[in-house]
Design a protein around this ligand. Structure first.
Ligand code: C2E
Ligand code: CA
Ligand code: CA
Ligand code: CA
Length: 279
């Protein structure tokens, strides 16, 4: 035990082993869960800050294990990416959300938009574009109402590849949002070269708005940037009325967050929207 104690090595590799074993365990469990329909998609409404009416929703993946526990996507998405399962899983989310979009349009919510998260692993896959075209075609989802969210960190890598990919994706008719915007360091000139449609202000900066005197400066900067580049802007993680009011005053047109609605199942969304339409 003494030698083990002296060499920090032992402890390091042991905890690494635990970590890797845990990841492998979760990878198998996730694969099985996907096969057994334990995964489902929930939808969080996106609100027009002027009219307070819903304009769209973001599709978010959920995993509930048979014992009723939820595993956070922040934990299992990286594992799905690492294992490659994200390719099939991401396609399934895309198709599920596209079908829900068609259902909502048929129910009369004809201007409704659907935002779908795309992992960089999916995005780099050689058949991504083909997969996207096929999913749109098979589900009949109108591309002009589909938005793909890619993260800013992803936008920073391999600029030339990204510029080319975005141009091709735009040809399908879907739009692109940069998620978690403000957490990376994209330059203005680079952003200008990307065919994007929307910036999504990261929750961290929305939380800051009411935190200190200069708390709203980053949100304000993103709104300005959007205006200068002719892009739409949405704020995520809006939890209280003051945040919503400040964002509105800054000129941010759209918001999403627990203040307006939590992510909900497709059935709940259909009901929620019909109810909203009556008000
Ligand atoms: P994200 O894309 O930034 O999604 C926003 C997260 O904020 C969601 O967490 C949402 O439930 C949560 N949220 C929304 N409003 C509020 C609020 O007012 N307050 C707080 N505190 N949180 C709020 P969720 O669903 O746990 O997802 C976490 C992350 O997992 C997502 O972050 C996204 O990066 C990833 N993710 C989720 N679903 C998918 C998916 O289908 N594909 C991929 N590639 N990633 C996904
Ligand atoms: Ca997102
Ligand atoms: Ca986000
Ligand atoms: Ca975020």
């Amino acid at each position: 035990a003494k030698t083990q104690q002296r060499s920090g090595h032992y402890y390091f590799s042991r905890s690494m082993g635990v970590e890797i074993r845990e990841r492998v365990r979760m990878m198998h469990a996730l694969r099985k869960a996907f096969g057994q329909n334990e995964l489902f998609v929930v939808y969080q409404p996106q609100i027009d800050l002027e009219t307070r009416r819903p304009k769209g929703a973001e599709a978010l993946l959920r995993w509930q294990t048979p014992d009723g526990k939820f595993v956070s996507p922040d934990r299992f998405i990286p594992i799905a990416e690492y294992s490659g399962l994200i390719i099939d899983l991401g396609e399934w989310v895309l198709r599920t959300a596209c079908r829900e979009l068609v259902t909502l349009h048929k129910a009369g919510h004809s201007d409704f938009m659907m935002s779908i998260n795309v992992s960089q692993v999916q995005f780099r896959h050689p058949y991504f574009l083909e997969m996207l075209r096929k999913a749109l075609e098979d589900t009949g989802a109108p591309p002009e109402f589909v938005e793909l969210e890619i993260t800013e960190s992803m936008a920073m890598e391999e600029p030339d590849l990204l510029i080319k990919m975005l141009a091709q994706i735009k040809q399908t008719g879907v739009s692109i949002a940069i998620d978690d915007f403000g957490t990376g360091f994209s330059s203005l000139s680079y952003l200008q070269r990307l065919q994007i449609d929307r910036l999504k202000i990261d929750r961290a900066f929305v939380t800051e708005i009411t935190g200190s005197a200069r708390g709203s400066s980053i949100a304000e900067m993103v709104v300005q940037l959007g205006r200068n580049l002719g892009l739409s802007v949405i704020a995520e993680g809006v939890e209280d009325e003051r945040q919503a009011q400040i964002l509105h005053a800054l000129g941010c047109p759209l918001a999403q967050g627990f203040l307006f609605a939590r992510p909900m199942t497709a059935d709940a969304l259909n009901g929620w929207l019909s109810n909203e339409a009556l008000q």
